[in-house]
Structure formats: structure tokens, C-alpha cells
Design a binder for this molecule. Structure first.
Ligand code: DNO
Length: 358
């Protein structure tokens, strides 16, 4: 596996220089953030991003994300225009040598939490999802702003999106995803860019909007929409693992052996209710996910692709983008690399005294 770190570009308070100093860090996961959703990413902007990252001694390993325009998810007439733009962006990314693109197909909202600074017993703060608090929230009232929520939506935009989604149930959303995938994957194949859909976070419907990338059966159904190595997955332990019915290490091993895992997000969550969870430190004993089993699965199927420590807590007085501070994510990377080294060495033949290359 190849350790990477998400970097939000020039506005990220964490510099590439700091990222490079994390032991074992090889690459960066980033995106072009100033192009409106649905427009083509210009080649020169992608090249500039890559050059900047490479001059800092790192690799641009993954683009996360190329967002999917809502008209595509809604199946509107205008979708063909946006899909063609999406394909053109993929061609540009391929031309520059980008190998993996992460994206999601969640209606309206990306990842959702009820609180961003919940104080854990050790004094650190973390993001949490409390089903009772979420039930009391009304995004249409516009009093809420959470990360993952596109702040460019006005109250009116949101209201009309919610109205449009009234006609879209899960089966319709599947249809629209199938339409998108059937146009995009052939271009990804020709451009040699592995597509890696991110699971819905949390993996259940929120605010009455449909969500479908949620469990093993649906991931399988997703791959069957267009069976190709290029039609793959981002396996996110925190997203899938927040549903107690998902056995994340088992799912990871299953899809990994089939060659569909192209990117891994490693994060631990502590399940504290039926549909409530707290993000925790990466350590297995801090949450409900056995991180040893996760890394063991990657080792078993010989995963060589990118992995990144996902959200961290805020520790040591750090402030910044919720979930995306430096310290706890750096600790996470080091822990994951440690697990990998131990598993690798344990599996080496007797007499092999090689140091693991992480
Ligand atoms: C949250 C992230 C997601 C992810 C997108 C991928 O921290 O994992 O926002 O980037 O869902 O499209």
C-alpha cells in the first residue's frame, strides 16, 4: 500500500512540506477547487497542481473528487452536457498521468455529521453523528452549515433540489448512476484512469434523500453496472463501518480480491447507538473497527494502491478544517504503516531479514 494525505491546495493550513515530513508519506490526494461543479478542468490547472506537489517531493496520487453535477443524479435532460464535461476532465487527468479518481453519487449533501467539535473523554474533539440531533435538523431552514455541505447552495437552490428529488427514489437513482457509469467508464478505460466511487457517508438515507452506495450487496450491484477494472471503489472504513451490519474488513477483502479496490480511506468510528457514531482515533481499541483486520486484508490481496488516514480528531490545541488537522491524521498514518510493517514481516519466510518497504 502507498500512504497518502489529503491536501486542500494553497488554502490548506497544512503545507506540503509538513506532509512530506510524516514518516512513510508518499503522495497527496487533492483536487482543483475553484472550477464550478460540472465544468471541464483545464489541462494547465491540473498540470500546475501536479508540478507543485512534485516539487515538494510528493506524488499526486489521487484526485478526490471530481464532483458529479446534480443534474446527472437527477437524470435531467442537461445531463449529457455535464457527462461530456466530466469525460473531458477525465481525458485531461489521464493525459497528465493521474491514475485514480474518487467521486461520489450522494444526492445534494456529501458527508454529514450532527456536530463537529464533540468533546471526547480525553479532551480532544471529534465529529459525531447523532441520529436524534439529525432528526431535528431541517436543511431547508438554512440555519445549518456543515463540512461536506456545498455552501454555494442558496436556500432557494436547496428547496428546488429537494423538490426535484421527491421524484427520485432509490431505483431511479440507480438508473441515473447506470447511465452515468456507462458513458464515463469507457473514457476512463481509454484514459487509463481508475474510477473509485466513495460510499455514502453515512450509508443510509438522510433528510428523505435516497442513498444507494451503502453495503456489500449494493457495491456488487454497482460494479455490475459496468463490469470493468476501471469501475472500482474507494473503500472507506468510517463510512461503511458506521453501519453495524457492514463487516468492513470482510467487504474490503472480498472486493480487493476481485480487483475493484483502487483507494482506501482508513478511519475509525465508535458505534454508540443504532445509527449514531463518534469518530475516534485510528487505533482498533479506540473504535468499533478492527484496523488490524483492515490492514491485514490489504496485505492479503497484495494491495499496492493509495490509502489515506481519513478524518482525525483535533488534538494538542490544533484548530482548522474539521476532521482534517495535521496531528491526528499524521498519528493515524504512522499507526497504519506500523501495522503494515508488522503484518508484512510476520508473513515473510523464515530467514528473510528484509525491512518492509511501505
Ligand atoms: C470526507 C470525504 C468525502 C469524500 C467524497 C468523495 O471527508 O471522505 O467528502 O471526499 O465523498 O467524493
Amino acid at each position: 500500500m502507498k500512504m497518502t494525505f489529503r491536501w486542500y491546495g494553497k488554502d490548506d493550513p497544512i503545507s506540503l512540506e509538513y506532509i512530506r515530513q510524516i514518516p512513510g508519506m508518499k503522495g497527496v490526494v487533492s483536487a482543483i477547487y475553484d472550477i464550478p461543479v460540472g465544468e471541464v478542468w483545464p489541462l494547465d490547472k491540473i498540470k500546475a497542481l501536479k508540478t507543485e506537489i512534485e516539487s515538494a517531493g510528493l506524488e499526486l496520487s489521487v484526485i478526490e473528487s471530481v464532483p458529479v453535477h446534480e443534474d446527472i443524479k437527477l437524470g435531467k435532460q442537461t445531463r449529457d452536457h455535464y457527462i461530456e464535461n466530466y469525460c473531458q476532465t477525465l481525458r485531461h487527468l489521464g493525459q497528465v498521468g493521474i491514475k485514480v479518481v474518487c467521486y461520489n453519487f450522494m444526492p445534494v449533501f456529501d458527508w454529514t455529521r450532527s456536530q463537529l467539535d464533540y468533546r471526547l473523554s480525553d479532551g480532544s474533539t471529534a465529529l459525531i453523528y447523532d441520529e436524534h440531533d439529525i432528526a431535528k435538523m431541517d436543511p431547508l431552514k438554512g440555519e445549518l452549515s456543515l463540512p461536506g455541505w456545498d455552501s454555494s447552495y442558496t436556500k432557494e437552490d436547496l428547496a428546488s433540489l429537494f423538490t426535484a428529488y421527491k421524484a427520485i427514489d432509490e431505483e431511479k437513482l440507480w438508473e441515473h448512476l447506470g447511465y452515468f457509469i456507462n458513458k464515463v467508464i469507457p473514457v476512463a478505460e481509454a484514459s487509463d484512469v481508475l474510477m473509485a466511487i466513495h460510499p455514502d457517508d453515512p450509508p443510509w438515507s438522510i433528510f428523505g434523500l435516497p442513498r444507494i452506495i451503502t453495503n456489500k450487496t449494493n457495491l456488487e450491484r454497482f460494479i455490475d453496472l459496468y463490469p470493468s477494472k476501471y469501475n472500482g471503489l474507494t473503500m472507506c472504513s468510517g463510512s461503511l463501518g458506521s453501519d453495524k451490519n457492514n463487516d468492513f474488513p470482510e467487504m474490503l477483502a472480498y472486493f480487493g480480491k476481485k480487483g475493484h479496490v483502487h483507494f482506501v480511506h482508513a478511519r475509525n468510528v465508535k458505534l454508540v447507538g443504532n445509527k449514531s457514531f463518534q469518530e475516534s482515533a485510528h487505533l482498533s481499541t479506540s473504535g468499533s473497527i478492527d484496523m488490524y483486520q483492515v490492514i491485514n486484508a490489504l496485505h492479503e490481496f497484495g494491495y499496492e494502491g493509495p490509502i489515506r488516514p481519513d478524518h482525525g480528531r483535533m488534538i494538542w490545541g490544533e484548530t482548522g478544517k474539521p476532521g482534517y488537522g495535521l496531528y491526528d491524521r499524521a498519528l493515524g498514518a504512522t499507526y497504519l504503516n506500523g501495522l503494515y510493517e508488522a503484518i508484512k514481516k510476520n508473513n515473510e519466510d523464515e530467514g528473510g531479514h528484509q525491512y518492509a518497504t511501505i
